[in-house]
Design a protein around this ligand. Structure first.
Ligand SMILES: *Cc1c(COP(=O)(O)O)cnc(C)c1O
Length: 355
């Protein structure tokens, strides 16, 4: 038995993996693998329709929003967003909350003026910048809702006059929020939605078509909206597995139910980090992420011994990102509470042996 705490690609529900495995051999009893059928076949069109409908259902999207599944990862959204929204002499506001936010800022500068309205770089991104103001001249405010590397999460989206655009790669479908504040939301699938290979984009259609530049077809949101995410061959299997994962979430009570479980799971682990004298959390308490829990051993020379205990209990993927060090337990939707209890028990045992 392995407990997969990896940050991404990350854990998926066991039932989803079993179903996906079957479909890779014989999809819908067609005698064909989902890997070899046409994306224009009736069976795959049904998968795509269902995937889009599940996003709409899970997030209660109004008809103002379009849902597409494209390729290129969240990293391509770093440039597609400004390319499609920001004019050359326009201005966009960005919050610098870590590595991913920085990459988004770098790309946006290729297309227009960027106003970095706040940053938490001064304390190695261990908190969420708050209390900044955003000039209403900005076309949008770009946020990273969950900073996968640092284990910080925006628990309240800022109130601004300008529309929000967010990278929700590592906490999409983990909690309820007011979608109507957003012009666009994007998420690479491989953290909390499915396997690597597709990116979910949710976009307010009325916000598109305002920039003056010419945009290559493949990089234009309208192309994929008009083509029903099938302008070109879509990433069939990642979309299928994402659909199954969303179906699993819906069958288990949807966002409301998973949010409650996610809060309990995170509390279980953070309580142990705070109680156990050998460990310390790295993120400011009020900004702690319910998806990525980052912590250190106060005495870093104990790391190999703790790693050994984790490994022999089947806990994998716990190494912290190199820019933070220590440990990071990614506890996405698919991670059962029992697995977190296993980790907590190891931490207690480690304290008994080494405290
Ligand atoms: C992983 C991650 C990315 C990068 O995603 P790719 O799909 O690999 O391009 C971007 N933003 C956040 C918040 C992430 O966690």
């Amino acid at each position: 038995m392995k407990y997969n705490f990896s940050a991404g690609p990350a854990i998926l529900p066991k039932e989803v993996m079993e179903e996906a495995g079957k479909a890779a051999i014989n999809f819908n009893n067609s005698g064909l693998s989902i890997l070899e059928i046409s994306h224009r076949s009736k069976d795959f069109i049904a998968v795509m329709d269902q995937a889009v409908q599940l996003v709409k259902d899970l997030l209660s999207l109004s008809s103002d929003y379009e849902v597409i599944f494209i390729s290129g990862g969240a990293s391509s959204q770093f440039f597609m967003v400004p390319m499609n929204f920001l004019d050359e002499n326009g201005k966009a506001a960005y919050v610098d909350s870590g590595v991913w936010a920085n990459k988004a800022i770098k790309e946006a500068k290729l297309f227009g003026q960027v106003d970095v309205v706040a940053s938490s770089k001064d304390e190695n991104y261990s908190y969420i910048p708050k209390g900044f103001s955003v000039d209403s001249q900005n076309t949008y405010l770009h946020l990273t809702s969950n900073n996968t590397i640092y284990g910080t999460q925006l628990h309240h989206f800022p109130e601004t006059e300008v529309p929000l655009i967010a990278d929700m790669s590592s906490d999409i479908f983990s909690r309820a929020f007011d979608v109507n504040k957003f012009d666009l939301i994007y998420a690479g699938a491989q953290k909390n939605m499915g396997p690597a290979g597709t990116t979910l984009v949710i976009v307010k259609k009325s916000a598109l078509g305002k920039v003056r530049r010419s945009i290559p077809s493949m990089l234009k949101y309208e192309t994929h909206i008009d083509g029903g995410s099938m302008y070109n061959t879509p990433p069939v299997f990642p979309i299928y597995v994402s659909m199954l994962t969303m179906q699993w979430l819906k069958n288990n009570g949807g966002i409301e139910a998973i949010q409650k479980i996610n809060e309990e799971k995170a509390a279980l682990l953070y309580n142990e980090i705070d109680r156990n004298p050998l460990f310390v959390g790295t993120a400011r308490k009020e900004d702690r992420s319910n998806m990525n829990v980052c912590f250190l051993l106060k005495d870093s020379s104990q790391e190999p011994a703790f790693n050994e205990m984790c490994k022999s209990a089947g806990c994998v993927g716990l190494a912290g990102h190199r820019s933070v060090g220590g440990f990071r337990a990614s506890i996405y939707n698919a991670m059962p509470k029992d697995a977190i209890q296993v980790l907590v028990d190891i931490m207690r045992e480690f304290e008994r042996k080494n405290g």
